[in-house]
Structures are given as C-alpha cells and as structure tokens.
Design a protein around this ligand. Structure first.
Ligand code: ADP
Length: 511
C-alpha cells in the first residue's frame, strides 16, 4: 500500500479518504525543493483517531539539517535579507492569503495528523495562524532603531538587524499555530528559518512551507525538516551556523537545548510546561467558572501548556462546584475529530495515552478521589475520557507534575493565603486564572501570583499582541507582540563623530 514515489502535497490528495488511497510519501522541504532524506529513510505518521498510518515522511538527520541550514544562510545573505522590509511584509500577506484559500485542506490535514477536532481548528487554530501572520507582516516595515542623544560632538543611534538563521522546534499539540508563532516574527524581521516539526505531526508544516513558496517567499527562507528530536532536533540546536533557537516543548528538552546552545552562545527562547492554577473564590459567578474550568482543562484533550489543570476551589463552594463540574464534563462530546460536533478528540499517540492513564493510577494510589473518567474511551484511537480527581492534596504528584491530558485535579482551599501558597507552589509559572467579584482581591492576587499570564473571570484566551511565556520550568523569554521582534533582532549602535577632528574622543575607549 505504501507509495514509494515522491508525491507532492499539491497533488490534491484526498486526506479524508486516506484509507482508500494508502499512505503517501512526504519529502523534506529544503531550498525550495521537496527532497528525500540523504539517508533515504522514512518514518510513518498516524491518525491518532484510527491508529492508521496516513503518510511516510522523510526522516531528516544531521546531514539534512546541515543542508537546510546552508540553504537558510544563503537566503539570508541573498534575496530575503536584502529585500525591502515593505516587500517582505507584502510577501507574508500573500502567504496569509494562500493559507486562507487553502484553509479547509489545512484544517483537515491538521485534524487527521493530530486528532484535534476540525471544529476547534477552524474556530481557534486557523484564525490564530492568520492573525499571527498578518500581525507580523505589519511589523516588517516598522522595526526601527532610535537616535539616542549622548553628547554634542556625536550622532549616536541604533538600528535593529535580523539575527540570521533561526532553528524553530515545535511540538505536536498546536502544530500550525505554534509553528506560525515562531516563523511569522522571524521572517518579518528578515531572518530565515529551519523548522523542525514534531515527529508525530509533520504534515501541515510541510504544506505551510509549500504555500510560502507559492506566495513568492524565496527558496530557502523557510525550510521544513521533519525528523526526531534526538537526531534532527539536536543537530539543529548544535549547528554552528544557526544564530537563534526558538523552542516549545517539555522542560527536560528545553534544559538540554539551553545547555547545548551555550557551546556557541546561541540566543534561545523556550516555552515549556505548566501546571496552571485556576482559582475560584466564593463570590465568583459559579456557572461561568464551571464552564471555563471545563474548557480550561479539556480543550485539546488537555494537551495545552497553559491548561487549567489545577482547579483551586474555596471550601464554601467546593461541593457545589464539583457537582456542576462533573456534570458538565460528563456531557462533553468525545469521539471522531472529523465530526463537527465533537468537542474532544483523541490524545496524540499511544505513548501519550499511556502516560495519562499511568497518572490516573498514580492519583488513585496517592488517595485522590476519582470523580469521573479515568479510563480509555472506545477500543481504537487514543481517546481518554474527561477525568476529574477531587480531594487532591497539593503535595501529590498529580498536583505537582504536568500530565498533559484531560485530567483535572480539584484542590480545596480555606482563604486567600492558602490559595496563594498552593497556586505558587509548583516549579511552573506559565498561567493562572482567578475568579472573583472583589476588585481588591483581584488586584492583590494578580500582584502575588507567579505567572506569565493571569486571566481574571475568564480562562485561556491568548492574543499574539500580548507577550506570552513563563519563568522557571515554564520557560525562558517571551514570545508574541514586540517581544518576538526583540527575539529575532539585535540592536547595533552607530556612533558618528560630528565635532572637529581635533576634539575626537576616540582616545578614551571603554574596553
Ligand atoms: P513532548 O514530550 O511533548 O513530545 P518534546 O519536548 O519531547 O515534547 O518535543 C517537542 C519538540 O522537541 C519535538 O519537535 C521534538 O522532536 C523536539 N525534541 C525532542 N528532543 C529534542 C532534543 N534533544 N533536541 C532538540 N529537539 C528535541
């Protein structure tokens, strides 16, 4: 059934009836061409809803990464690096237009490869991809330096220059969206990119790369090299000609990347895990809080770094909350991601499903009360039912470790101090939610909570205009907004002596 010959994604594959066509072969995208891996190796990628192989994907390793980095360097030193910023912006807008016109194909492909429900990709991921791209297209010709007054015999100013070749390593939970969070600002700044998608979800990244070429973005500006983390990913991080690495994934890999990048002082941005607290006070609008708590943990089957996985509920409303929360969770439609009414699809892989089920066993052993879920849904596909643990103690592993699945832990608290101690008591600091009608309390809390983003009386919305990220095991640096422009540019100072040559200050260098 395997097609061994090269087949472009442009050849109108009907991905929804892949069972009839059989898996296709997908090659790397390097220097504007689809090419097999130098080793000739392919790996299989699956539909997590059916466990069927949907494609064989060329497996990049160090040799292919080297080619991709060279091609990105050539494009940086060539046409892209020299292009007028406004033209770069126009090219990004043409790309956005093509993504819009091919949106349905991307939605279906993303769903097929990741198990994400089509309805939520259409409503959330694709609009975010387009918003990110058009937002940063607008930045392309607005990245400026400053004239900074220093002394009367000098004109001193800064320019912002693109850092160069960027290695972007992305995870499988939002392949298109997180990919674009990295590519769009990098390209807007004039950088070129080698994108390594997650080995579990490489397909939409390849299609994005093809659309970029079709939009007239020059060959080599965006290279897409699927492969495994320890080979392709590590080779990208270790490559001496990569200037900057931007990574989203697990804290352990983030730590390795930071260590490797130290060898030649690469710039690094890391967006890592979370164990975010969603804190509900007795004066909150309970109906809204229940609704948002459900979406906060079960959206994308809990495979979200900012998932509201710890729900802290004041003891006065604890039982009422639990009852309503469990009732709502049990009505969530779980099943075929291609069904428009599905709210929860499968987890991305058998490994992820097993990891989540292991955590359920850990929770039961630790003495937490399993209120609902905790088992697989159906016999094929990696579905896990929405799961709620009650009476969870802050010290338990299920309250401290990131599960990355549809598992909510509900922890009672008695007062603000108690809530704050629990909320800040993990090694993460990505996001948090606070539900209250008391403005004084909201201000006190937002001041004291350790989190990169705090939602008040809502949970989960993000916007590319706002800085995104956390500290400690949640990351290093910020993405989005102007922060991303800073990530992909370097300031350069120009000091022009404007006084008479006889009064030149150059005789007193600082270093
Ligand atoms: P998860 O455990 O959720 O799959 P990972 O952090 O392992 O998250 O993976 C996120 C991305 O990091 C993937 O693209 C993966 O291939 C890549 N990756 C994994 N290990 C390494 C590594 N040692 N160096 C560089 N990239 C890696």
């Amino acid at each position: 059934m395997y097609s061994t010959s090269y087949m472009s994604l442009n050849d109108a594959i009907d991905w929804t009836s892949i069972a009839a066509v059989g898996p296709t072969a997908q090659d790397l995208l390097i220097g504007g061409k689809r090419v097999p891996a130098i080793s000739g190796r392919y790996f299989e990628t699956l539909d997590p809803a059916t466990e069927q192989v949907i494609a064989r994907v060329a497996e990049a390793d160090a040799a292919d990464i080297d080619l991709a980095v060279r091609s990105a360097r050539q494009a940086f030193d060539g046409e892209w690096g020299r292009m007028r910023p406004s033209e770069r912006g126009q090219a990004l807008l043409r790309w956005a237009d093509l993504i819009r016109r091919n949106a349905e194909e991307l939605v279906e492909l993303e769903s097929l490869n990741s198990g994400k429900p089509v309805a939520s990709i259409r409503r959330q991921d694709l609009p975010a991809v387009l918003d990110t791209l058009t937002y940063y297209a607008g930045w392309a010709d607005k990245i400026s330096g400053q004239v900074i007054p220093t002394r009367s015999d000098a004109l001193t100013y800064t320019v912002r220059e693109a850092v160069g070749v960027v290695g972007a390593i992305v995870p499988w939970n939002f392949p298109l969206m997180i990919g674009m969070w990295k590519i769009a600002p990098a390209l807007a700044c004039g950088c070129t990119v080698v994108l390594k998608p997650a080995e579990l979800t490489p397909l939409t990244a390849l299609r994005l790369g093809e659309l970029a070429l079709e939009a007239g973005i020059p060959a080599g500006v965006l290279n897409v090299v699927p492969g495994f983390g320890k080979t392709a990913g590590a080779a990208l991080v270790n490559h001496p000609d990569v200037d900057k690495v931007t990574f989203t994934g697990s804290p352990n890999v983030g730590r390795t990347i930071l260590q490797s990048a130290a060898v030649n002082f690469k710039r690094v941005t890391l967006e890592l895990g979370g164990k975010s607290a969603n804190i509900i006070f007795p004066d909150a609008n309970l109906e809204q809080a229940v609704k948002a708590a459900c979406a906060g943990i079960f959206f994308n089957s809990g495979q979200v770094c900012s998932a509201g996985s710890r729900i802290l509920v004041h003891q006065d409303i604890y039982n009422e909350f639990l009852e309503k929360f469990a009732a709502r969770a049990s009505t969530m439609r779980i099943g075929d991601p291609r069904d428009e009414s599905t709210a929860m699809g499968p987890l991305v892989s058998a490994a992820q499903m097993n990891r989540v089920l292991e955590y359920v066993a850990v929770g039961v052993n630790e003495g937490a009360r399993l209120v609902t879920g905790g088992t697989r849904h159906g016999k094929s596909g990696y579905f896990v039912k929405p799961t709620i643990f009650a009476d969870v103690k802050h010290e338990m592993r299920i309250a401290q470790e990131e599960i990355f699945g549809p598992v909510a832990v509900v922890i009672p608290f008695k007062d603000e101090e108690d809530a704050l101690r629990i909320a800040n008591g993990t090694s993460y600091s990505l996001a948090a939610g606070v539900w209250s009608a008391d403005m004084g309390r909201i201000h006190r809390f937002t001041r004291s909570l350790k989190a990169g983003t705090i939602w008040v009386n809502t949970y989960g919305p993000t916007d590319v205009r706002l800085p995104w990220g956390g500290n400690r095991e949640s990351g290093f640096g910020r993405e989005h907004g102007e922060a991303a422009i800073d990530n992909f540019t370097e300031p350069k100072v120009v000091w022009i002596h404007t006084g008479p040559p006889t009064q030149n200050a150059s005789a007193a260098p600082l270093n």
